[in-house]
Design a protein. Structure first.
Length: 317
């Protein structure tokens, strides 16, 4: 699908189908090979296919071909079911136009056109539109981190608010939630790295062309650095919660194991006595006496009681 955006009188971006002649931004969502060729012909750029975007190496995601800049970023997209998808998005700066190629739906591509009029960036310039879109993406990543932080806090309160009185099913659900949160934070950090490299690339291209790098690059880079620090904090927080959870679970399991071990030890002397008196030798003590059975039972009970008193004395019970 091909959608283009042109500046409107209110300072925002007007959406239209197809390739607009005065469009500053052309957005390709799951384009067909024919649509890639059509837009490439209109912009005089060789646009990458989905396979090219997925196979491209990290070191080759940012390059310049003639007067055209290509930048491939990795962006997450959250669904209504709280699952997320991560896929590459290619940004192409060519002849006063910004072309984006994507095969998933990160929210900023939907929200930015409606907010462009209130953005500090000029919608008459494709470069400013790129900065505005990157700013919207960074804001969305910040929202995702805040949402993830809230989920982590909710799980933490559920796990540790009642001590160890948590059902097994709840623990499994909590671990699944923490695992999803960890994967999402990791993907956000990866996305921030690709954005930071793209900003560095744009800064280097501006300096190489003898131009003063736009101030927006410095502002966006500062925002990315702050979010990267926040993402690192969430990673440490997740690690601490998981270590604490597994530590408490281990203590609980050790207590259960200790109980079973002590029970087994308490029954060990009676078992030994019963095994001895159960031997079929020709001569065994107490076998021919009428009180032999009672005496053996008393011996077994006494051995268990003495073992119990010994463990109590050693504070093992």
């Amino acid at each position: 699908m091909i959608e283009s955006f042109r500046p409107d009188e209110a300072g925002g971006l007007a959406r239209e189908e197809g390739i607009g002649t005065d469009a500053v931004w052309i957005d390709l969502l799951e384009p067909t090979p024919e649509e890639l060729v059509e837009v490439g012909r209109a912009t005089e750029a060789e646009l990458p296919s989905k396979e090219d975007m997925e196979e491209i190496e990290l070191s080759s995601r940012l390059y310049r071909d003639g007067e055209i800049d290509f930048m491939t970023l990795v962006l997450p997209a959250l669904s209504e079911t709280e699952k997320h998808e991560v896929a590459p998005v290619t940004f192409v700066m060519c002849k006063g136009r910004l072309v984006t190629i994507r095969y998933h739906a990160p929210r900023p591509f939907k929200t930015y056109p409606a907010r462009a009029a209130h953005s500090p960036y000029d919608t008459n310039s494709s470069q400013e539109v790129l900065f505005g879109l990157l700013d919207e993406i960074i804001d969305r990543l910040a929202d995702i981190l805040e949402l993830t932080d809230g989920r982590i806090e909710g799980v933490s309160r559920g796990l540790f608010g009642n001590g160890l009185e948590v059902e097994v099913a709840d623990r499994r659900s909590a671990l699944a939630t923490l695992g999803q949160a960890g994967a999402l934070v990791s993907d956000v950090r990866n996305s921030l790295v690709t954005i930071e490299r793209a900003l560095t690339f744009l800064n280097r291209e501006a300096a190489g062309g003898g131009k003063k790098p736009p101030r927006a690059l410095k502002v966006l880079s500062s925002d990315v650095a702050s979010l990267a620090e926040h993402a690192g904090f969430l990673t440490q927080k997740l690690s601490l919660i998981l270590d604490t959870f597994f530590g408490l679970t281990t203590i609980e399991q050790n207590a259960v194991t200790k109980t079973f071990s002590l029970v087994a030890v308490l029954f060990m002397p009676p078992t030994l006595i019963g095994a001895v008196f159960g031997m079929n030798f020709a001569w065994m003590p107490w076998i021919a006496t009428p009180w032999g059975f009672g005496a053996s039972v008393v011996a077994m009970v006494a051995s268990s009681v003495l073992s119990y008193l010994y463990f109590r004395w050693k504070n093992l019970l």
